[in-house]
Write a protein that binds this ligand. Structure first.
Ligand code: NAP
Length: 267
């Protein structure tokens, strides 16, 4: 069981709001992070118990610094790096500023916020980091359809998966847990076209696909997995041996690669 304050990024909507509600029910003091202050304040009012609001834009270094400062305080027991944006679109046409924001919000911010939270957790001998990635982290072998134009997004989520798995090994024996949660398509506003904000715009065919899992179910899976100490949580996956096979294939790739040039690359 994790104790202490829970800092949840992207708490103003979707999966983040669901984490915040559930963690407050579990008795955590929650710190709600996002850009839309009114939404955070409404959620804080609903949760009561002195829920804290921290307005920060994680696409900007100043925003990351505000949250990092809060994470360094000794009451923090749990960090949920949930904020994320899609930036879907053909890479050759994408606005470089949008791509930079996707990398910053989805990969740089969770990495730096984890860095900010860890020293205190290690010193106190306990705590947990939950990073929300996506099933698309495992989509490298998928053909372009039905989810085209996701290279940058999927790349950031693959970073979160490998970062979390490697870090979990690094933290063994410290009492600090790491989990990466990889939801499939979830019923939130993530896929909706939101006004003129290019970071939220996705192709129409994607926006019309049926939603699959509720944000509440994603959070249920994540918290059960956290209590069990599972590092990789895939909320809709019934057969966890697929993860064991993934680990086995990774080991095979590493073991199979020798120091000499492979025969198949020799003239
Ligand atoms: N929905 C899905 O199908 C799905 C599937 C797999 C993984 N995921 C992942 O799950 C996580 C949550 O997604 P969701 O579906 O709940 O999306 P959502 O409903 O669109 O919520 C995204 C949250 O991220 C926050 N956010 C976005 N940009 C931010 C920024 N620059 N600074 C601070 N906060 C920012 C938003 O708050 P503000 O706009 O108020 O800042 C909002 O609270 C994301 O990491 C996403 O990649 C979603």
């Amino acid at each position: 069981m994790i104790h202490g304050s829970a800092v949840v990024t992207g708490a103003s909507a979707g999966i983040g709001t669901a984490y915040a509600r559930r963690l407050a029910q579990r008795g955590h003091h929650v710190v709600l992070v996002a850009r839309r202050e009114e939404r955070l304040r409404a959620l804080a009012d609903e949760l009561g118990l002195g829920a804290e609001v921290l307005v920060a834009d994680l696409a900007r270094p100043e925003g990351v610094a505000i949250v990092a400062e809060r994470l360094a305080r000794p009451d923090v027991g749990l960090l949920v790096n949930n904020a994320g944006i899609s930036g879907y679109g053909p890479l050759a046409e994408a606005d470089p500023a949008v791509l930079a924001a996707v990398l910053q919000v989805n990969a740089v911010a969770p990495t730096l916020l984890t860095r900010a939270a860890l020293p205190g957790m290690i010193e106190r001998g306990g705590g947990a980091i939950v990073n929300v990635a996506s099933l698309l982290a495992f989509s490298g072998s998928l053909p372009p359809g039905p989810l085209p134009h996701r290279a940058t997004y999927a790349g950031t989520k693959a970073h979160v998966v490998v970062f979390s798995r490697v870090l979990a090994g690094e933290l063994q024996g410290t009492g600090v847990r790491v989990q990466v949660c990889c939801p499939g398509r979830t019923a939130t506003e993530f896929h909706a076209v939101q006004g003129a904000d290019p970071l939220h715009v996705v192709p129409g065919d994607l926006a019309q696909e049926p939603a699959e899992m509720s944000a509440e179910d994603v959070v249920t899976a994540s918290l059960v997995a956290l209590d069990r100490g599972e590092v990789v949580c895939i909320p809709g996956l019934d057969d966890p041996t697929a993860l064991e096979r993934l680990t086995a294939v990774e080991a095979e790739l590493r073991r199979g690669s020798r120091r000499e040039l492979a025969q198949r690359y020799r003239g």
